[in-house]
Design a protein around this ligand. Structure first.
Ligand code: NAD
Ligand code: AHE
Ligand code: ZN
Length: 375
């Protein structure tokens, strides 16, 4: 198949807000510094739903969504040296070129090499490898894993240990790694108090990792009472449902009361800007640090009294957990294989590609942590 157009099935989102449609799509061969991957499994992340729904200011349609995939390299374009045919790989929505200002800074995992075209839904040469019914389709987050075959830039893919089951480690392509990195890359959590707002896959990952690095208290916060059992299973020491507080009591005031002045670290894993504010204001005066992981809809803005920052609280955010994918994901896969990082525990649902819309509905039902789509 190398060098030839492949026709395969993919879930296409033709317009914002529409359900996905399974279509026959043509996938062009990889050009120079590109890799064509046979995707075998993919998770569905809340961010896929965010873009599908039309809330993403970068959303471009028609598009093939999906960014939490695992697969096998089918062919490579000229000049590709980091992966080869047959490698088990995870596509990376946060590229790592090791040459740009960002990569060389040693300060961030954000890479500048392909981000501009990625945001436009195109390959680095500003074209698409996908066509359907004579129409060009947009790529998504540089990955488009809701297709049986996809093409990615070589800086946007990493080979991992083939002993790792791809129907599990595909989840390291986003959610679990994001949560893991947001905690392990932040010094000081050991022995500190932590509150985690939102107990989806991201929040549970933050809870699990805070517990792993031995935070003294891990307080889970979620409006869905069913999440208490999940949060405790992943290591939360306490659970608070903000909807069940006495009338007029704000969650931040309650948390400050029960923690003798506030948390050392808080995390927003909801994407709701009001929750982001509560997470910041739950921090201890003088040193509390709040990390935004959730992604908010176009037009949404955060606010608080600047006094909150003047008095020593820090507001920050992180993408893909600050993880450099090519350098760090193989090691995280090894950690999973050695039982040091949970992955299997997040998989609550399996769907076939034909059932992918049901996978999106699973997410809304509130009992789904991660749905893995078998391609
Ligand atoms: P999810 O929908 O599975 O989980 C969200 C949780 O928040 C749910 O349990 C829900 O009940 C809870 N929640 C909703 N409103 C709440 C409120 N007012 N107070 C407390 N809890 C509330 O989503 P997910 O897949 O875990 O993703 C979480 C967020 O992280 C999304 O916004 C997603 O887009 C974002 N995300 C960001 C990155 C990144 O790199 N920054 C990576 C992956 C996901
Ligand atoms: N297009 C969106 C960007 C949303 C966003 O912040 N995405 C995260 C990853 S979410 C994964 O589930 C991210 O990596 N951000 C850094 C980046 O470069 O996009 C918008 O709101 O414009
Ligand atoms: Zn994601």
């Amino acid at each position: 198949t190398a060098g030839k157009v492949i026709t395969c099935k993919a879930a296409v989102c033709w317009a914002a807000g529409e359900e996905l449609k399974i279509e026959d799509v043509e996938v062009a061969p990889p050009r120079a510094h590109e890799v064509r991957i046979h995707i075998l499994h993919t998770g569905i992340c809340h961010t896929d739903e965010y873009t599908r729904s039309g809330k993403d200011p970068e959303g471009a349609f028609p598009v093939i969504l999906g960014h939490e995939g695992g697969g096998v390299v089918e062919s490579v374009g000229e000049g590709v040296t980091n992966v080869k045919v047959g490698d088990h790989v995870i596509p990376l929505y946060t590229a790592e070129c090791r040459e740009c200002k960002f990569c060389k800074s040693g300060k961030t995992n954000l890479c500048g090499s392909v981000r501009a075209t990625q945001g436009q839904g195109l390959m680095p040469d500003k074209s698409s490898r996908f066509t359907c019914k004579g129409q060009s389709l947009f790529h998504f987050m540089g990955t488009s894993t809701f297709s049986q075959y996809t093409v990615v830039a070589d800086v946007s893919v990493v080979a991992v240990n083939p002993k790792a089951p791809l129907d599990r480690v595909c989840l390291l392509g986003c959610g679990i790694t994001t949560a893991w990195g947001a905690v392990v890359k932040q010094p000081g959590i050991q022995g500190s108090t932590v509150a985690v707002f939102g107990c989806g896959a991201i929040g549970l990952g933050v809870i699990a990792t805070s517990s792993l690095v031995k935070a003294s208290r891990v307080i889970a916060v979620d409006t869905n009472p069913n999440k208490e059992e999940w949060a405790r299973k992943f290591g939360a020491t306490e659970f608070v449902n903000p909807a069940k507080l006495p009338e007029g009591k704000k969650i931040q005031d309650y948390l400050i009361e029960i923690t003798d002045g506030g948390l050392d670290y808080t995390f927003d894993c909801t994407g709701n800007v009001h929750v982001m504010r509560a997470a910041l204001e739950s921090c201890h005066k003088g040193w509390g640090v709040s990390t935004i992981i959730g992604v908010a809809a176009a037009g949404q803005e955060i606010s608080t009294r600047p006094f909150q920052l003047v008095t020593g609280r820090t507001w920050r955010g992180s993408a893909f957990g600050g993880v450099k994918g090519r350098t760090e994901l193989p090691g995280l896969v090894e950690d999973y294989l050695q039982g040091k990082v949970k992955v299997d525990e997040y998989v609550t649902h399996h769907r076939t590609l034909a059932e992918i819309n049901a996978g999106f509905h699973d997410m809304h039902a509130g009992d789904c942590i991660r749905c893995v789509v078998d391609m």
